[in-house]
Ligand binder design. Structure first.
Ligand SMILES: Nc1ncnc2c1ncn2[C@@H]1O[C@H](COP(=O)(O)OP(=O)(O)OP(=O)(O)O)[C@@H](O)[C@H]1O
Ligand SMILES: [Mg+2]
Length: 203
């Protein structure tokens, strides 16, 4: 693992899973023995609330001396947020692949410079395999192919019984629980992508 890698969750659509995926990535990194520092740059403080609840339950999820920092942001605008995005080695953009939502996501992606585009990983979320979602994925695939930068991974399914409770706070790592097996298939492409990018930073 690199010494001080930065992973930022961002994107200008609200409610698409930024905080949920910040928690999932944190839990996964902790489960493979990586210390994580969490920064909540979103005024809604979803991540800070989660950190506080976990600590109250005796589960440490936030280490000041960590090798990977995960930052949850409300979006791409604002100078302090851009500071995080500009510095991040991995920029995760969760989205729901509706054509209407994609306008915002694609518009931002096309507006930033190439070096930043290369660090973007699009994470489709709440997939239910509808025709509309498939069309959205195809649209984004075409944009990425045209730009020659950025990555679109296989996304997370819509699992209302599994993902919402994640934000409640826990007394132990999520990947210790039997419930987590259900989501390993969902999350494997995301974790593999992050792992490959982190390994790439070591060289
Ligand atoms: N894959 C999923 N399946 C089912 N529910 C999900 C999934 N991903 C996220 N959710 C739920 O969707 C809601 C929004 O997710 P979350 O809070 O992570 O989004 P966000 O982008 O951080 O939102 P905000 O813009 O408010 O910060 C939450 O209730 C969360 O539990
Ligand atoms: Mg959030």
């Amino acid at each position: 693992m690199p010494d001080d890698a930065l992973i930022v969750l961002t994107g200008d659509k609200g409610g698409v899973g930024k905080s949920t995926i910040a928690v999932l990535v944190t839990e996964w990194l902790i489960s493979i023995g990586v210390k994580v520092k969490l920064i909540d740059a979103d005024p809604n403080q979803t991540i800070q609330t989660w950190v506080d609840k976990c600590h109250e339950l005796g589960y440490q999820v936030n280490y000041p001396d960590a090798s990977v920092t995960v930052i949850d942001t409300p979006g791409t605008v604002g100078s302090s947020l851009n500071k995080y995005i500009l510095r991040a080695e991995i920029i995760l953009i969760p989205f729901q692949p509706h054509v209407a939502d994609l306008e915002v996501v694609v518009g931002w992606f096309l507006s930033v410079k190439e070096s930043l585009q290369s660090r973007v990983v699009f994470v489709p979320n709440r997939l239910s395999r509808t025709i509309e979602q498939r069309d959205g994925m195809k649209e984004l695939e075409a944009v990425i192919a045209e730009e020659g930068r950025g990555t679109l991974i296989n996304g997370l399914s819509n699992r209302p019984a599994v993902y919402p409770p994640l934000l409640n706070g826990r007394s132990e790592n999520f990947f210790n629980s039997s419930q987590s097996k259900k989501i390993l298939m969902d999350t494997q492409p995301l974790f593999r992508e992050i792992s490959n990018r982190l390994k790439g930073l070591e060289q």
